[in-house]
Design a protein. Structure first.
Length: 404
């Protein structure tokens, strides 16, 4: 079929093509304006602040240069730099935050939620009011997690974005802003809880170590008064110092090993265990645990070697060496824990903000979907080609009948 034949067909069926295309566009317009529920998108942008180490971690780095005996002080169970992005993403995807948000907004009246809340006749008859309420909360929470999108920073957008699409434009903006306010509140609660737990741990350890230090000092004083011995030879001092340093490093490695195991167990029970951020953290923890196990074995071997060398000293000198070693070790650890406790108390007075709101969500004026001009254009094209196909079929049937 050449172009002239096609043109003749178009002219012959021009009214059918025009009316068919117009009808398809009108049907699509009716569906868009009167049947399809428009969805409005609201969005906010959050600027994630850089990881802010607490006063404790900063103090540890300052003390590492002066307290040679303690090795790496960052491994004494004190929490190091946090990943703000991992914390924020985990909370935004958590059920706890979603339930808190949906409890503050009248979302159940929206059509996109009402479909999820329909009950069968059997459920209506068997379920109590409490069971129905729990079902409604569960369904709204599940649906809300589908309608809210969390977009992490990428190469194009350097901010974290929260998007929500609802049929009510005002509720859409309120939903996003409520997410941000509740996120800030939950992060403050979690940080305060962690700081309180850390402070209680440090205070308990400081009190215990202070008692042990007092006992060690009294034992050393009693020994010196009994045997009229005050100092040891320089060689013995060096051995004592080296052994005390090894014992401090062993304590540091043991605390770091337990801390890594605790974080690994906490991650396994986390709601965001399968997220990419948690996978990277889990792999890093497994490497840390393997390295700490090797370090513990090396330190134990070195301790055994120094302990064997101290056994060659005379019995009186050996006893004095052990007492001085205990006093020196406990004194250094006590000073460190005391400084850490004071730094943690100061940390509690400081309000740490994990993010800042760059653009608060505003009430959208135009729906994000459906895009009416696009759908009208698509329906126009499809209707025209459908009518053209029908015209060609009808024209071919007429030709066949004329031949017969």
């Amino acid at each position: 079929m050449d172009l002239q034949a096609v043109w003749r067909i178009l002219r012959a069926y021009r009214w059918f093509l025009a009316l068919g295309t117009l009808s398809g566009v009108l049907v699509t317009a009716g569906l868009l304006w009167f049947v399809v529920t428009p969805m409005y998108r609201a969005e906010t942008s959050l600027l994630l602040l850089k990881n802010s180490p607490g006063g404790v971690s900063a103090l540890l780095r300052q003390l590492e240069g002066s307290l040679d005996m303690l090795g790496s002080l960052q491994n004494l169970g004190i929490q190091a730099n946090r990943s703000v992005q991992e914390d924020v993403m985990s909370l935004l995807k958590s059920r706890r935050l979603t339930q808190s948000v949906q409890a503050q907004l009248p979302l159940r009246a929206l059509p996109e939620f009402q479909r999820e809340l329909e009950l069968s006749a059997q459920q209506e008859a068997q379920w109590s009011e409490e069971t129905r309420e729990r079902f409604y909360q569960h369904q709204v929470t599940e649906r809300l997690q589908e309608l809210v999108r969390i977009l992490p920073p990428d190469a194009r957008h350097h901010t974290l974005r929260i998007q929500a699409e609802l049929s009510d434009p005002e509720l859409s903006a309120r939903l996003v802003n409520t997410y941000v306010s509740d996120l800030h509140r939950l992060m403050e609660e979690i940080l305060n809880q962690e700081e309180n737990e850390q402070l209680q741990y440090l205070k308990a350890q400081t009190e215990t170590l202070q008692k042990e230090l007092t006992t060690a000092e009294n034992d050393l004083l009693a020994f010196q008064q009994k045997h009229h011995t005050v100092v040891l030879e320089e060689e013995v001092k060096q051995r004592i110092k080296a052994l005390a340093e090894l014992e401090a490093q062993a304590l540091s490695a043991e605390a770091a090993f337990k801390d890594a195991q605790a974080r690994q167990q906490a991650l396994q029970g986390s709601v965001a265990e399968l997220s990419p951020e948690s996978t990277l953290t889990r792999n890093s923890l497994e490497l840390d645990i393997a390295g700490l196990q090797q370090r513990r074995r090396s330190l134990q071997q070195a301790q055994n070697a120094y302990t064997a060398s101290l056994r060659t000293l005379p019995s009186q000198g050996l006893a004095l060496a052990r007492l001085q070693r205990q006093v020196s070790l406990k004194n250094q650890l006590f000073l460190l824990l005391k400084q850490q406790t004071q730094a943690t108390e100061l940390d509690q007075q400081r309000q740490f903000k994990a993010f800042r709101v760059l653009d608060a969500a505003e009430v959208p004026f135009e729906p994000s979907r459906p895009v009416k001009p696009l759908w009208l254009a698509v329906s126009c094209v499809l209707s025209f080609f459908l009518c053209l196909l029908l015209s060609l079929i009808h024209h071919n049937n007429r030709l066949q009948k004329a031949v017969l």
